[in-house]
Design a binder for this molecule. Structure first.
Ligand code: K1U
Ligand code: ZN
Length: 163
């Protein structure tokens, strides 16, 4: 099932998501729908926050042929270093791309769909995407990393297009 994606400046995107206590079938159904929604958009990542579920769950697939689905439940960045600039987009901010500086290399700890803990090291687009999606779980959008001037221009453009 495809899920509706919340769009900036919807205030629900500012909700801080809560940890998932038990990885059960309801969570696994949501994961399946989130992957369908992400691939259909199309996108390379999606956080539960974006589909109005305020729990700490993200799905990602940065592969070219869409064969490497990755699900992270209760993800935590446990190490980060370096800096990297990347032109980011967001399914909640359609048709808007801007350069953001993030850590170049991260180590993340999370649960998988079976509720088992794992650790993953990531860099380049995968590392950027994980950081972008974890920001969503904390109610942070990539545009928050931009200058106040760029944020004001985006808000004006969004309000005009909504009229
Ligand atoms: O969280 C989201 O809104 C998804 C977002 C993830 C992301 C993209 C770029 C840098 C950081 C995080 C997207 O997927 S935007 C769409 C996109 O980048 C894309 C779409 C189709 C093919 C390739 C990329
Ligand atoms: Zn996003």
């Amino acid at each position: 099932m495809l899920l509706p994606i919340l769009h900036y400046p919807d205030k629900r995107l500012r909700t801080k998501a809560v940890p998932i206590e038990k990885v059960n079938d309801a969570i696994r159904f949501l994961i399946k729908d989130m992957f369908s929604t992400m691939y259909n958009a199309p996108g390379i990542g999606l956080a539960a926050t974006q589909v109005n579920h305020h729990i700490r769950l993200i799905v990602i697939d940065t592969s070219e042929d869409k064969t490497q689905p990755l699900c992270l439940i209760n993800p935590e960045i446990i190490e980060k270093d370096g800096e990297l600039e990347w032109d980011e987009g967001c399914l909640s901010v359609p048709d808007y791309y801007e350069c953001v500086t993030r850590a170049n290399h991260i180590k993340v700890r999370a649960l998988n769909e079976q509720g088992e803990m794992f650790e993953l090291e990531a860099q380049d687009i995968l590392g950027v995407c994980i950081q972008h999606e974890i920001d969503h779980l904390d109610g942070i959008l990539f545009v928050d990393h931009l200058s106040k001037l760029k944020q004001r221009r985006l808000l004006e453009k969004t309000k005009k297009s909504q009229k």
